[in-house]
Design a protein around this ligand. Sequence first.
Ligand code: FAD
Length: 120
Amino acid sequence: ALPSSLYIATVEQAPIAISITNAKATILYVNAAFEQLTGYSRDDIIGQNESVLSNNATPPTVYQHLWQTIQNKQVWKGTLVNRTKQGGDYLAELTIAPVLNAQGAIDYFLGMHRDVTKEH
Ligand code: FAD
């Protein structure tokens, strides 16, 4: 088996913004690429909801569909307009996956996103 420190280093250094949240989307962990893309340091954002990234212009139905999907233990993929700490908007290609515990219940979510502004 690989050492568990390798899993940590891999997530930490992955070239895509990664966050781990609790079941209510409160942020528990972000990797270095997340800090770089969003402009939020760990100290800024841990304990806050992922909604701090919202540009506040996305229709609520988009989020409703997102939550319906992930609470059904399925993977949601979509594109959202996010806002950095500095106030710049960017197009985020986002994947959210539930992380199930041994009983099959959702304890955590994994979020992965990248900036696709230049591709659109
Ligand atoms: P709200 O008014 O709070 O929510 C809008 C609608 O979403 C509600 O009417 C409700 O139907 C649904 N909803 C919100 N919270 C819940 C909940 N806890 N349970 C069930 N339904 C709910 N959002 C982004 O804008 N950008 C991101 O990059 C992003 N990444 C995320 C990553 C992860 C891992 C997760 C779990 C969520 C992420 N979200 C992201 C979604 C975020 O948590 C918010 O739900 C979203 O930003 C809307 O927040 P709001 O305060 O604007 O709207």
